[in-house]
Design a protein around this ligand. Structure first.
Ligand SMILES: *Cc1c(COP(=O)(O)O)cnc(C)c1O
Length: 231
């Protein structure tokens, strides 16, 4: 299957999940996760009208940004080391993976240096998996209150990477917990915090995530095919 065919299928599944759950398709943005994939495949997705792309390595995001049209929106979705913020600070539209005060401070500092405000999401480890980054559900509100005053960032919501599973239903409780937390935090009206985004759902579970309120879904394999890390 080509990127064009895959995209048509993923888009129709996104739309159907919206219709099923009484949501407007405009409220859900499909992010094509292009990590490890060549620029040519991204160009095919662009010809199909895609504007949002996700990468998990800062240098790869920077290199692709430089080779492709400047009207795209790049999403930094992977673990970010503080010394690599400089590669993406003026290129990423949104950083999905802020999960420590030190990282938030460093992003803020780089943004202030460039005179910008960086929109960020807080990464939540909703299932409490040991292998995953992210703040626990219980600590998220306090964490947000700690970093909200930083001058170079604006908190725009929550992100989670749900467990890998063959049955998306098993992730529904995590998606629901994230949405409920996002509503609770939104109701606190914390300065410099809005909860407009819920970044959740990947190839295996994006329809369930949409049914539970995702506004950003991050789909890689379903659009570009399996990744080969041994290349
Ligand atoms: C790789 C990745 C994705 C996409 O995963 P697929 O299962 O290929 O759709 C989504 N989110 C994050 C954070 C990723 O690292």
């Amino acid at each position: 299957m080509s990127v064009t065919e895959n995209l048509a299928e993923v888009r129709s599944r996104v739309e159907n999940a919206c219709i099923r759950s009484g949501r407007s398709p405009e409220d859900v943005t499909l992010i094509a996760v292009s990590k490890t994939k060549p620029v040519e495949m991204i160009e095919e997705a662009i010809r199909c009208g895609m504007k949002h792309f996700g990468e998990n390595k800062p240098q790869e995001l920077r290199d692709k940004y430089e080779q492709l049209p400047k009207d795209l929106q790049w999403h930094m979705i992977g673990h970010l080391q503080r010394n690599k913020i400089k590669y993406i600070i003026d290129k990423a539209a949104l950083i999905h993976s802020v999960e420590s005060v030190r990282l938030a401070e460093a992003v803020s500092e780089e943004a202030v240096k460039r005179g910008i405000t960086m929109p960020v999401l807080v990464e939540v480890n909703a299932a409490g998996e040991e292998t995953k980054f992210g703040v626990s559900l219980a600590e998220t509100e306090a964490f947000i209150r700690d970093i909200a005053p930083l001058p170079g960032i604006r908190i725009e919501g929550l992100m989670t990477i749900a467990p890998f599973t063959d049955d998306p239903e098993t992730n529904r409780p995590y998606f629901r917990a994230l949405r409920n937390l996002s509503i609770d935090i939104g109701n606190q009206n914390i300065d410099n915090v809005n909860m407009r985004h819920l970044s959740m759902g990947m190839t295996g579970d994006f329809e369930t995530a949409i049914e539970e309120g995702a506004t950003l879904v991050r789909v890689g394999t379903g659009i570009f095919g399996e990744r080969n890390y041994s290349l």
